[in-house]
Design a protein around this ligand. Structure first.
Ligand SMILES: [Ca+2]
Ligand SMILES: [Ca+2]
Ligand SMILES: [Ca+2]
Length: 207
């Protein structure tokens, strides 16, 4: 797996600040769900609902087998991670979201908070996974990234969340640049190989 990462990124991988942004460490079996006070680095005072492989979703998880449904039970649901940041550094926060099947979009809204300040609102309108991205700035202490259900939508059905990530924006740019260079290099090598092969075949044909 680390080999794949190195190949696709051209050797530079931006550090992931979140612990289990994919909810894969939750102890939940296939075709069922469960709830937890903690999953990986995630915490909640209202419960973290995690769905196991293939539970109640036409498209599965967006990463791995498991995902989180926001709005567990009847509390005002909040799920967060505290991360140590560098002061003044910009971070890119991203996650995939989809609508819970057979519910109205109006109960699926996901709010994103950074240190108790609203930075974005996502309302999935499809059971297809869609990625959202937000920029936040580190304080140099422990900063809190948090999902909240929207007030007034508290009915225990919520948006689905998976593949959550928080990385330094400049490191991500470095990673993308390295991956682009690696892809260009691979394309050039492939083109040269094809040209050499064609030349060899031509020589064989004429001889
Ligand atoms: Ca997952
Ligand atoms: Ca709730
Ligand atoms: Ca809801």
């Amino acid at each position: 797996m680390s080999n794949d990462k190195t190949t696709s990124s051209g050797g530079f991988v931006a550090q992931e600040l979140l612990v289990d942004g994919s909810f894969e460490s939750a102890n939940v079996g296939a075709n069922t769900w469960s709830h937890f006070a903690k999953v990986g680095g995630w915490q909640s005072d209202t419960g973290i609902e995690v769905w196991g492989k293939d539970f109640n979703t036409p498209h599965g998880a967006s990463d791995g087998d498991k995902l989180m449904e926001l709005d567990y039970d009847t509390g005002a649901s909040k799920v967060w991670q505290d991360v140590k940041t560098d002061k003044g550094t910009e971070y890119t926060f991203s996650f995939d979201a989809s609508e819970r099947v057979n519910t109205s979009a109006a109960t699926n809204t996901i709010q994103v908070y950074w240190n108790n300040k609203l930075v974005g609102t996502v309302t999935p309108t499809s059971t297809d996974w869609v990625k959202s991205t937000f920029k936040v700035v580190g304080t140099g202490g422990n900063d809190r990234i948090e999902f909240r259900e929207l007030g007034g939508q508290n009915d225990s059905y919520g948006g689905l969340i998976d593949n959550v990530s928080l990385k330094s924006t400049s490191d991500l740019e470095k990673q993308n640049e390295a991956a682009k260079e690696a892809a260009e290099k691979a394309a050039k090598e492939a083109a040269k190989e094809a040209a050499d092969k064609a030349a060899a075949e031509k020589a064989e044909g004429s001889g």
